[in-house]
Ligand binder design. Structure first.
Ligand SMILES: [Zn+2]
Ligand SMILES: [Zn+2]
Length: 118
């Protein structure tokens, strides 16, 4: 379906402004970013601005996501370090711990092993 150009009543056209969707003829086309066709400089500027705003928004979103992700990652690394250090301390200190404590824990492990066997 073709319409008549915004500025030329006698010219039929299939081209529409990429911003305001008003019909325009070849002669009235204003080329914008990415070879999009607009009816006026104003529409080109508007489209440019909104696309800039959009990419700015996506950039900020990505940065925020990256920050969250790296924060989660560093939290995980800290936890792993803490667990590793605790494990190491336990491993080193184990023979020096009071026998009442170690034998209790060892008997738990013994029970667990027996449960699995049965
Ligand atoms: Zn327009
Ligand atoms: Zn025209």
């Amino acid at each position: 379906m073709s319409s008549v150009c915004l500025r030329h009543n006698d010219r039929e056209t299939d081209i529409r402004c990429a911003a305001c969707l008003r019909p325009i003829c070849e002669e009235c086309v204003v080329l914008g970013p990415g070879n999009s066709r607009f009816c006026s400089q104003e529409c080109t500027d508007n489209a440019q601005k909104s696309s800039e705003r959009f990419s700015e928004m996506t950039r900020r979103d990505q940065e925020a996501m990256q920050a969250t992700r790296s924060a989660a990652f560093s939290r995980m690394v800290i936890w792993l370090l803490v667990l590793g250090v605790l494990g190491f301390i336990l491993y080193v200190a184990w023979p020096h711990l009071p026998a009442s404590l170690t034998s209790t824990v060892e008997s738990w492990f013994e029970q667990a092993r027996n449960l699995k066997l049965n």
